[in-house]
Design a protein around this ligand. Structure first.
Ligand SMILES: Cc1cc2nc3c(=O)[nH]c(=O)nc-3n(C[C@H](O)[C@H](O)[C@H](O)COP(=O)(O)O)c2cc1C
Length: 204
């Protein structure tokens, strides 16, 4: 993995300045049994990544599960129909192209009964300063009017980058709170520090 490649990604950023399974398969059962109105939805990638090597659980996934555990929220993972490359450099190029094209990569599965949730935590890795385009695919599948959205991201230097601004633009009917940023390698390798950041953000 090349540090220079990530640095190139950081340099190219715009001047700005990441329970229960809620998937379609068991959503009906979950909705019927649960009175929970909070959802954690996230995208996270496994494979080779900057600073953490070859990972089998994504950095954002780790944070998403912490938030779901603390809040008792339902949990939904955004999965792309075509997985991004496990190879880091190849994925960097794929992501750059999707961003340039303003692409909406197809995703599989969905949250049913989305209208029942009042608060939605939205988690993602920072890719070229913003969330991966598959997160916008998810956004456009649903009606966000009246929802409170709480963004959280993992990153390796950009913090939230331009992601909260991009989310506010994409979801004008929602109230989008200020977000939480955790370094990916902290989430992956220092769980107590990541948990502490999550708890502070949640006010717990
Ligand atoms: C395609 C791609 C683009 C990235 N762009 C940035 C970036 O612009 N700024 C940054 O700080 N980190 C960037 N990173 C690092 C990721 O945000 C970081 O590794 C994150 O924790 C990955 O989360 P995940 O394991 O949940 O996918 C990038 C990583 C990839 C694979």
């Amino acid at each position: 993995m090349k540090r220079t490649t990530l640095l190139a990604a950081l340099a190219a950023l715009p001047l700005c300045g990441c329970a229960q399974d809620a998937s379609t398969t068991n959503q009906t059962e979950t909705a019927a049994m649960s009175t929970n109105k909070t959802l954690v939805v996230y995208y996270s990638r496994t494979g080779e990544n900057y600073a953490v090597g070859n990972i089998t659980e994504g950095n954002t996934a780790i944070v998403a599960k912490m938030i779901a555990a603390r809040t008792g929220a339902d949990l939904f993972e955004i999965k792309t129909a075509k997985a991004y490359a496990a190879d880091y450099d190849t994925c960097i190029e794929e992501a750059k192209k999707e961003l340039r094209d303003d692409a909406r990569p197809a995703i599989v599965g969905d949250v049913e009964n989305f209208d029942e949730y009042d608060t939605v935590y939205v988690g993602y890795p920072i890719w070229w300063g913003v969330p991966p385009m598959c997160v916008f695919t998810f956004f456009e599948k649903h009606d966000w009017a009246g929802k409170t959205v709480k963004p959280f991201a993992t990153h390796e230097g950009s913090g939230l980058g331009g992601s909260v601004r991009a989310i506010r633009k994409a979801l004008p009917a929602a109230t989008v709170a200020d977000g939480l940023a955790i370094q990916g390698q902290t989430a992956q390798n220092d769980r107590p520090a990541a948990q502490s950041a999550v708890d502070q953000w949640l006010g717990k």
